[in-house]
Every structure is written in structure tokens, then in C-alpha cells.
Design a protein around this ligand. Structure first.
Ligand SMILES: O=C[C@H](O)[C@H](O)[C@H](O)COP(=O)(O)O
Length: 262
């Protein structure tokens, strides 16, 4: 399978494959959204079919829910699960504190709810998602459709006082109409270029009437598993005792991971 992949797809795949090490039968698992998370769901499906893995999955989007059912994963709601052992999800950006920008696929609201209802959140990503400062990727903000121009105006006004490099705010479109989230809301993308203080920005944005949730994930992500185009996987876990130590694993031709450094 991996031989025909582009380097970027291979990077996503190896990160997703490595993340399955954190899943075992009996667990309740949050299933992220996006192209990297889809690899993870596919891997779990394969384990369910070939190794009898039995988990209950809580999808973070309708799209992921459909895929999970298709590959043979039992899907339950968050209400049924109440609490999850782990959530595995992709990201659009992450920094050295494991603060994230998510929502490139418009799913960050449900993703944040699911991740915060989980014992651990593990992010899977290709190496291009690592940034020195967050903000090159536009920050998605989910807003209710009612009074959209008012909410957008308040966000624009608020950004004037914030330490960011760009201040353009655009309504996300799907063709000729606004993109609509699974919760029936719209997305405003904030083109900030560089966010000096993500925590302050997140608090201020979420105070604005009409805003449901922004795409900054702060103090939520516990570990990032980064895949590389050559099959290497780098893990950064801020919750274990070896915090900040990077582990390198190598994917050999038979898809077997072996530690080569600690
Ligand atoms: O709304 C979408 C999610 O936050 C995704 O996890 C994020 O956009 C990353 O997606 P991908 O793995 O396709 O880059």
C-alpha cells in the first residue's frame, strides 16, 4: 500500500499507523476529521477486520462517522460514551507548546468538544504542520448564521487591538454559498499571519456574541505523532516523564516500527 503513496500521504499514513499503538480493545475512541484522521480510521478498520479489534468510536463529524461505519467500527454518540479513553485527530498547525489551529475542514467545534471529553488527545500530522508561531493557517471561527455581518464586524474591530500581523476576515464558501458546518453554522476565517498570544486571542474571540468556537486548541493536546515522507515517525509527548524528548521510529519495508533513538 505505502509504495504507491506520495511522500505527503505516506507521512500521514505512518503517523496514523503509529497512533494505533495507543488503541486497544474495549476503548472508547474519539475519531478526528480530515485526511490524516481518515488514515487512522482506515487503520482501525483494518485492525477490526484482521485482528478482531473491538472499540467504540465517537466521530467528530458526519463524514468521519460514515467512514467509520463503512470500515466496520462501532459508532456511538458522545452522550452514550460520556468519557473517552483517547481522541486521535489531525491538525492544521501545531507549535512547540502543542497548541493547535484546527478547523480547516470546518469540524473544530465537535473536535474540541470530543477532545476535551477524552483522557488524552493525540494529534497525528505530517511534518509541514509544525510552526514556530501559529497563524499562517487562517484561524477558523464558527459563528451562528443569525446576524453574521454584526458578528464579523465585532471580530474585525476586536482584532485591531490584538497582537497579530494580519486582520482580514473572510466567510468560508463552498462554491457560491457559505460553507455550513455539521452544527448548521458558518465559518469565518481569520487571516492573522502570526498570533503572538493565542490564549488571549482565544478568550477574546470566544467572548463575542454570535461566536460559537474558535479553532485554537490550548492545553488540550497531549502528544503529537509526526509522520515524514521517508516513513520516519517522530513523537513528542508532553505528559510523560520524558517530556520534550523526541523519539524516532523507523518504518521498515514490512511496516514494522523499531525504536532507533530515545
Ligand atoms: O476541521 C478539520 C480538522 O480540524 C482537521 O483535523 C484539520 O483540518 C487537518 O486536516 P488534514 O489532516 O486533512 O490536514
Amino acid at each position: 500500500m505505502s509504495r504507491e503513496m506520495s511522500p505527503i500521504e505516506k507521512a500521514k499514513f505512518v503517523a496514523a499507523k503509529q497512533a494505533t499503538e495507543h488503541v486497544e480493545s474495549g476503548m472508547k475512541v474519539g475519531l478526528g476529521t480530515g485526511s490524516t484522521a481518515e488514515w487512522f480510521v482506515q487503520c482501525l478498520g483494518e485492525m477490526a477486520r484482521e485482528e478482531g479489534l473491538k472499540i467504540k468510536g465517537v466521530p467528530t463529524s458526519k463524514r468521519t462517522g460514515l467512514l467509520a461505519q463503512k470500515v466496520g467500527i462501532e459508532v456511538i454518540t458522545l452522550e452514550e460514551a460520556k468519557w473517552l479513553d483517547v481522541t486521535i485527530d489531525g491538525t492544521d498547525e501545531y507549535d512547540s507548546d502543542l497548541t493547535l489551529i484546527k478547523g480547516g475542514g470546518g469540524a473544530h467545534l465537535r473536535e474540541k468538544v470530543v477532545a476535551t471529553a477524552s483522557e488524552r488527545m493525540i494529534v497525528i500530522a505530517d511534518a509541514s504542520k509544525k510552526v514556530e508561531a501559529l497563524g499562517a493557517f487562517p484561524l477558523p471561527v464558527e459563528v451562528i448564521p443569525f446576524g453574521l455581518p454584526v458578528t464579523q464586524g465585532l471580530i474585525e474591530e476586536t482584532l485591531i487591538g490584538m497582537d497579530v500581523l494580519g486582520r482580514e476576515v473572510t466567510l468560508r464558501m463552498k462554491g457560491d454559498v457559505p460553507f455550513v458546518t455539521d452544527e448548521g453554522n458558518f465559518i469565518l476565517d481569520l487571516h492573522l499571519k502570526r498570533i503572538a498570544n493565542p490564549r488571549q486571542l482565544s478568550l477574546v474571540i470566544n467572548q463575542i456574541p454570535g461566536v460559537v468556537e474558535n479553532g485554537l486548541f490550548i492545553d488540550i493536546c497531549d502528544a503529537v505523532i509526526v509522520g515524514h515522507g521517508d516513513g520516519r515517525v517522530t513523537t513528542r509527548d508532553i505528559t510523560d516523564n520524558t517530556a520534550n524528548v523526541v523519539r524516532f521510529d523507523v518504518l521498515d519495508d514490512d511496516n514494522i516500527f523499531a525504536d532507533v533513538a530515545d
